[in-house]
Design a protein around this ligand. Structure first.
Ligand code: MG
Length: 382
């Protein structure tokens, strides 16, 4: 029986995690649920799964949840980042699902690794910002970090049973998002509504915009570098509009192993929790005859500049990926608020990176300082 704490239980990934857990009550038990601000949904989840602990990032909302659950209910309610850290460290949990969006997940996820919990990781920003620290800590504590991100789940599956030194490179696939066919002129005037219409995946707003700019694939490049101990030049990207091949590993003898499936996050979530087993998800089977064609092409690096920016940050290393990430989070937020245009997203990130002097990432505090600096800097360019 796996005892699970979910950080970010009311988001898209969190809700899917609960569905996987609900399918296998004999395998999984929820011991903690944490959400940002979605009080009503969290209350529903708490009443359904009866966790020992719950947390809301927002203090007044946490108080409200405490009020709604009468004492006899028995779930203790915490608030704020410290509350999330409590969930990460609780003795009853052996696995922590990190499914918060963006930099907010950094402190609680690191705390989980420190507390010796296995982490199922959906929050790629944590690894982008603090990959060296998180991976070193995980090695030291002997805990595993299993990716929920579909591409990295695919790579993990393609690596099973093969010596790591035989790997030549990995190939991350990208759907390309909703704006692949757009001209430069059209990209200038893209609205948030257009950028939020993802053709294949139903995801949160931040990651959907990142998919439209292709920054998502850039962040995933940095994530793959850390999770699988690869050089940046060992990570390639292919646009694959059908989102059936979730990624591939190429070996030194030229053999390429791919993982395929319908585009549904239930599969990588299920695998992250059942690794190395594959257990029933009750998803419809992949019917390749109905899909018909699988196509692949190179991304347009000129039009989608975030890809090269992320690659450059990964090559520079140290705190540059944290600066890139902070600037990107601000740029996405400003774009969603219609304060900047779509093509200004890479502009803000590039200017922030140019202004950044990389620092050695020797502590979480350094990462937080760089993150705060990058956010302020990015805003100053508007
Ligand atoms: Mg992904």
């Amino acid at each position: 029986m796996k005892k699970i704490a979910i950080l970010g239980s009311t988001g898209s990934i969190g809700s899917n995690c609960l569905e996987v857990i609900d399918t296998h009550p004999e395998r999984y038990r929820v011991v903690a649920l944490g959400a940002g601000k979605n009080l009503d949904l969290l209350e529903k989840q708490v009443r359904r799964f009866r966790p020992k602990s719950a947390a809301l990032l927002d203090q007044p909302l946490a108080e409200e949840l405490r009020r709604r659950l009468d004492k006899a209910w028995g779930t203790e309610v915490f608030a704020g980042t410290e509350g999330f850290v409590r969930l990460s460290q609780m003795e009853e949990a052996d696995t922590v699902i990190s499914a918060m969006t963006g930099a907010a997940g950094l402190i609680p996820t690191f705390a989980a690794v420190r507390a010796g919990k296995n982490v199922a990781l959906a929050n790629k920003e944590v690894i982008v910002m603090a990959g060296a620290l998180v991976m070193a800590e995980a090695r030291e504590r002997g805990v595993s970090i299993i990716p929920i991100d579909s591409e990295h789940s695919a790579i993990l599956q393609c690596l099973q049973g093969h010596p790591r030194e035989d790997v030549r490179r990995v190939i991350l696939t990208a759907s390309g998002g909703p704006l692949q066919g757009s001209t430069e002129e059209q990209l200038k005037s893209v609205t948030p509504e257009q950028a939020l219409k993802h053709p294949n995946w139903d995801m949160g707003r931040k990651v959907t915009i990142d998919s439209a700019t292709l920054m998502n694939k850039g962040l995933e490049t940095i994530e793959a570098k850390w999770l699988f101990d690869l050089r940046v030049d060992q990570i390639s990207i292919l646009i694959h509009p059908q989102s059936i091949v979730h990624s591939m590993v190429e070996y030194k003898d030229g053999s390429v192993i791919a993982q395929l499936g319908i585009p549904d996050m239930l599969t990588p979530i299920s695998y992250a929790l059942s690794y190395p087993r594959h257990v029933e998800t009750f998803l419809p089977a992949l019917r390749l005859a109905e899909v018909g064609t699988l196509s692949f092409r190179e991304p347009d690096y000129k039009k989608f500049r975030c890809l090269d920016l992320a690659r450059a940050a990964a090559e520079t290393g140290e705190s540059m990926p944290a600066a890139l990430n902070g600037a990107n989070e601000v740029a996405v937020e400003l774009f969603l608020k219609r304060e900047i245009g779509f093509l200004q997203i890479p502009d803000l990130i590039e200017k922030t990176m140019t202004a950044h002097t990389p620092r050695r990432v020797d502590s979480i505090e350094t990462v937080q300082e760089v993150d705060a600096w990058a956010r302020k800097k990015a805003r100053s360019f508007v």
